[in-house]
Design a protein around this ligand. Structure first.
Ligand SMILES: Nc1nc2c(ncn2[C@@H]2O[C@H](COP(=O)(O)OP(=O)(O)OP(=O)(O)O)[C@@H](O)[C@H]2O)c(=O)[nH]1
Ligand SMILES: [Mg+2]
Length: 502
């Protein structure tokens, strides 16, 4: 512990780390989770397009004890996650207070989305997290008091805890301790709908779990260090013995291999669809952005697609592809994608790589940012990081500040500074949607081949094909047929070959 100034009554003042003392008195005093909107602004959410599976979502509740695989693997804790009354805890270095508070508010939103009631949130200022207990030992004791006082049954740390940290902290606070990664994985597993999505999430969960089998982390690190059996204190003293753990570990590995195979097996179908779109040179637009930014709402606005919109994080996990038509008659696709969040567990980025590759493959990236979010710059950066990671850095990006109905002129000015060539829209009111649509259409790539042709009147099919997939520069009806100046795909150019004008 570094900050050791004391105030008059001898208690740590600066180091009154588990800050927010006043906020402890009442439940939910932590404040609204900021990644979510407040109730006042969510009313009217029903108007953000038709929402076909909202009811279905509400009706889907996990039933305890019905999990299929691995149910006798006692350490598969994520399946037993029943988040209820939670206290959040974070550690931040000096000068990063605001950022830490935003992060903790977002963690609150994540916890609520996962089904928990957030009773309190506390932050400790400290140059580095304690390697043993995450918060300092003394603060862990304080945290124990808070947990008991508010009647919490779970502590969520705003980080990814090392297995040993989690256990040590659990030993002090005497309730279940989980971390941000676990919560995100839990939300993903609640929301995954398609078979592919489910497999991806389960794989990510198992990957996260594997080094966290109780006791296993310890024994493995000893083995790795070549000191098997050395000391031995604590080894096998917690959880099941080595044999059971070995067994669980093997079963998890087998399961993971199966999931990887499954996910690979989905690839051909998706690749085929993508290849088909490419062959027809249908341009694609991917809608990406931070979770809850309004990606699905925007897709609904642009295409009336009926995608689920929810004031919840990670409402969308499956990529939804919709057909749209430009003013010049050209067809293109719009894809809704899974949202991003800061510290998105790398296991998820890995597991969703195939889905994210849809983003990498798109001709245009509609990067949606929630204009009303407290830290839109961080949203932009987070999303761009992930986009870079899946290799879409060079894709044309159009930044869209959504929820413009919630921000004033001053905020717009600030936002404009973050992304000069951006668009302000409101999926709710429709403001700016037409301008955005025009911008997207203008940015669509032109088909590869420029043609001047005279198409006989009995080949009207070629003319309509040019309208649907090509870009018409000019068209005139002449004696011998339709004179066409257009940009078309190579395939259509081949069909037009007999009628080309020199
Ligand atoms: N006020 C306002 N609210 C909006 C607007 N667009 C979306 N929302 C609300 O924002 C919330 C999130 O919208 P979604 O479209 O589900 O967001 P998303 O980006 O698809 O979120 P995930 O799929 O969860 O990542 C919902 O409550 C919407 O009603 C807008 O333009 N104005
Ligand atoms: Mg969505």
């Amino acid at each position: 512990m570094t900050e050791t100034s004391h105030d008059a009554d001898g208690t740590d003042a600066v180091d009154r780390v588990l800050a927010h003392a006043e906020s402890r008195t009442t439940a939910l005093s932590f404040g609204a989770a900021q990644a979510l909107q407040d109730a006042a602004t969510t009313t009217g959410g029903d108007t953000d397009g038709e929402q076909w599976d909202r009811e279905e979502r509400a009706a889907l509740r996990r039933v305890p004890g019905l999990s299929t695989e691995l149910e006798d693997v006692t350490e598969v804790e994520y399946r037993q996650l029943r988040l209820e009354n939670v206290v959040l805890v974070g550690v931040h270095p000096q000068g990063a207070t605001e950022d830490a508070e935003n992060s903790l508010r977002e963690l609150a939103a994540l916890a609520e989305t996962a089904g928990a009631v957030v009773l309190d949130g506390v932050l400790q200022r400290r140059p580095h997290p304690d390697p043993a207990t995450y918060v300092g030992r003394g603060k862990a004791e304080e945290l124990k008091g808070i947990v008991a006082a508010v009647g919490a049954d779970t502590v969520i740390a705003d980080t990814e805890l090392a297995p040993s940290q989690r256990r040590a902290l659990e030993d002090v606070v005497k309730v279940k301790v989980i971390d941000r990664t676990t919560v995100i994985l839990d939300i993903f597993s609640q929301h995954a709908k398609s078979r592919e999505g489910k497999a991806q999430v389960e794989l990510a969960q198992l990957e996260y779990l594997l080094p966290r089998l109780r006791g296993w982390g310890d024994s493995m690190s000893r083995q790795a260090g070549g000191q098997v059996g050395a000391g031995g204190a604590g080894m096998g003293s917690r959880g099941p013995g080595e044999t059971k753990i070995e067994l669980d570990r093997r079963r998890i590995r087998t399961r993971m291999a199966m999931l990887r195979r499954q996910i690979r097996d989905f690839a051909p179908a998706r690749d085929a669809k993508r290849a088909e779109r490419k062959r027809n040179t249908i341009p694609s637009v991917a809608i990406a952005g931070y979770t809850n930014a309004g990606k699905s709402s925007l897709l609904n606005r642009l295409t009336s697609a009926g995608v689920l919109v929810e004031n919840a994080l990670f409402a969308t996990l499956d990529a939804t592809v919709r057909r749209a038509e430009a003013a010049d008659g050209r067809v293109y696709t719009l894809t809704d994608t899974v949202g991003f969040v800061r510290n998105l567990p790398h296991q998820l980025v890995e597991a969703f790589r195939s889905t994210l590759e849809e983003v990498a493959d798109a001709d245009i990236l509609l990067h949606v940012v929630d204009a009303s979010h407290p830290d839109p710059a961080a949203q932009l950066a987070t999303v761009r990081d992930v986009i870079g990671e899946v290799g879409a850095r060079d894709t044309t990006e159009i930044v869209v500040f959504n929820k413009a109905d919630l921000v004033d002129a001053d905020t717009r000015l600030v936002l404009r500074g973050l992304a000069p060539n951006s668009y302000f829209v409101s999926s709710r009111t429709g403001e700016g949607i037409e301008e955005l649509r025009a911008a997207v259409e203008a940015a669509l790539p032109l088909p590869a081949v420029e043609v001047h042709a005279l198409v006989p009147y009995d080949r009207g099919d070629l003319v309509s094909a040019a309208h649907e997939s090509g870009h018409i520069v000019s068209q005139a009806h002449e004696e011998g047929g339709t004179a066409l100046h257009a940009y078309v795909s190579e395939r259509l150019a081949a069909e037009l070959a007999p009628f080309l004008l020199a």
